[in-house]
Ligand binder design. Structure first.
Ligand code: ADP
Length: 480
């Protein structure tokens, strides 16, 4: 089976969050299920720099008014199709905005162009290659499904995956006339959304199947609280909605063989963690002692509950624990964490920025990772943490609820506990979970048993890749 994926990020070429980890890891996992994937991504500078000599497989004299080519290249085992449209993508800054964090004003056009090209490839194929199924990710690629539905590729099965419903790609109604969609695409059953244009919404009404990245999030988005205005639509299509848990690339995240950490370790040889712990303390200027080290690797935003975290810092230090935080995001939150590090020298260390190698060291040397999210479609950092024996302390939402087994008495007795789970959005529950973690950490046999159980948990793509492949096959059968 030939699959075309369309996405705005892919690890290891361009990443701002979990989306890139997923689009980067899924192709190899799907290959084991007999699915050959090609992934269409924008030609950002970081992507163009990595692909080297690439073949031009499609040309546009004017794609939304600008010249563009599609390049075929293979990087680190990924079969890529790169949309090289310098007017849209050859910019300094991030994939969605400038260095200061302002979104590019023409994002509507940049990602409509990406989606248009995805649909064109679905319709015409590329030099002897044609996708059987098209799988698109998040709002940036969601219009692909609408272009397909209202164009020649309408019969090709199309799947839209929601990685985060909070980001929807909403623009003014004036954009519609420039999208090149037929007039019938306007309206409640098309791209129209509360009087404007909604890219994700358009994808969700056009797709043959909707997936999201955990079973619990698939349930949550049917409620007004988590539906972000789309719960009505999603409930109307619930017969086509699937929650398929993300996995992780277990070759890149492997504590027994990770070039990014000072000392390899395994569930059987946990002592190796000690060297990583010392390196972590040094990197973050933390006191060298036996107190538990909490880590945070996160976007610093309200979604991630980072405001609640700021308010819990004095409590954490008061319990004798330490914290190493790596992240970036809202400036007031960055300032609040830096201020706390100043107040609690040796106990709280903070790095503002994005640092992939450092995130590996933190998982390898930290004792517990704090994830107090208000909502979390899947979450990947708790999966990395499980694999590295850094116990996840998580809010009971979305994929966090699906992947961490709380250390209640029964679970501890059964040897099943892999972390701590607490009520979301509740400062007292967060305080309680931190205190509970510190107590458990003091009980070495129990803590180590939990670490081993965590490291045994299956966080690979195995089962989920099989579910995606089964979904593709069922859609192909239905379309035949
Ligand atoms: P989201 O995609 O909502 O940000 P996820 O948990 O799904 O959250 O994925 C976040 C990914 O980004 C993980 O791979 C995590 O390790 C990584 N990450 C987040 N912040 C940083 C950072 N400051 N430095 C390095 N990696 C980070």
């Amino acid at each position: 089976m030939q699959l075309l994926s369309v996405a705005s990020e892919i690890y290891p070429l361009i990443k701002t969050g979990g989306l890139a980890d997923v689009t980067g890891a899924l192709p190899a996992a799907l290959a084991g299920e007999g699915v050959a994937s090609r992934t269409l991504v924008p030609g950002y500078p970081a992507v163009i720099a990595r692909i080297g000599k690439a073949k031009v497989v499609r040309r546009y004299e004017a794609l939304f008014g600008v010249p563009a080519t599609v390049l075929a290249a293979s990087v680190e085992g990924l079969d890529l199709l790169v949309l090289d449209a310098p007017d849209f993508f050859a910019r300094e800054g991030g994939p969605y905005g400038d260095h200061a964090g302002n979104d590019w004003g023409d994002n509507w056009r940049r990602f409509a162009a990406l989606s248009r090209v995805g649909a064109d490839i679905a319709a015409d194929g590329l030099k002897g290659w044609r996708p059987d199924v098209v799988h698109v990710h998040d709002w940036q690629a969601a219009l692909t499904a609408a272009y397909m539905r209202f164009g020649p590729a309408h019969a090709v099965p199309k799947i839209v995956t929601i990685h985060n419903l909070a980001f929807q790609g909403r623009y003014g109604a004036d954009v519609f006339g420039q999208l090149g969609l037929p007039p019938e695409a306007w309206g409640m059953d098309g791209v129209e959304y509360y009087g404007g244009v909604g890219y994700l919404k358009a994808g969700l009404v056009s797709a043959d199947a909707i997936t999201t990245v955990s079973p619990t999030y698939a349930e949550e988005i049917r409620s007004p609280m988590h539906g972000m205005g789309l719960d009505g639509l999603i409930n109307g299509r619930v017969d086509r909605l699937y929650g398929i848990l993300n996995g992780v690339d277990t070759a890149i995240w492997n504590p027994a063989d990770d070039p990014l950490i000072p000392k390899a370790f395994s569930g059987r040889a946990l002592a190796g963690r000690g060297a990583n712990r010392r390196a972590l303390e040094q990197q973050f200027g933390l006191d060298a002692d036996d107190a538990p080290i909490f880590i945070i690797v996160s976007r610093l935003t309200w979604q991630k509950g980072m405001d609640l975290m700021v308010d819990a810092l004095d409590h954490l230090v008061g319990l004798g624990a330490k914290l190493a935080l790596l992240g970036s995001g809202d400036h007031p939150l960055e300032g609040a964490f830096l201020g706390a590090a100043d107040r609690h020298r040796g106990r709280i260390g903070v790095r503002i920025g994005y640092d992939e190698p450092m995130s590996h060291l933190m998982q390898a040397g930290g004792d517990a990772i704090l994830i107090p999210s208000r909502f979390e479609p899947c979450g990947l950092t708790q999966l990395y943490a499980l694999r590295y024996g850094c116990l996840p302390v998580v809010a009971r939402v979305g994929g966090l609820a699906d992947t961490v087994i709380d250390a209640n008495a029964a679970a501890v007795a059964a040897g099943a506990a892999t972390g701590l789970v607490f009520a979301p959005s509740d400062p007292l529950a967060l305080h309680g979970a931190i205190a509970r973690t510190v107590r458990l950490h003091g009980d070495r046999p129990v803590w180590q048993a939990m670490q081993r159980a965590a490291m045994r948990a299956d966080v690979s793509w195995g089962q989920s890749a099989a579910r995606y492949a089964a979904l593709y096959r069922s859609l192909l059968t239905a379309a035949a």
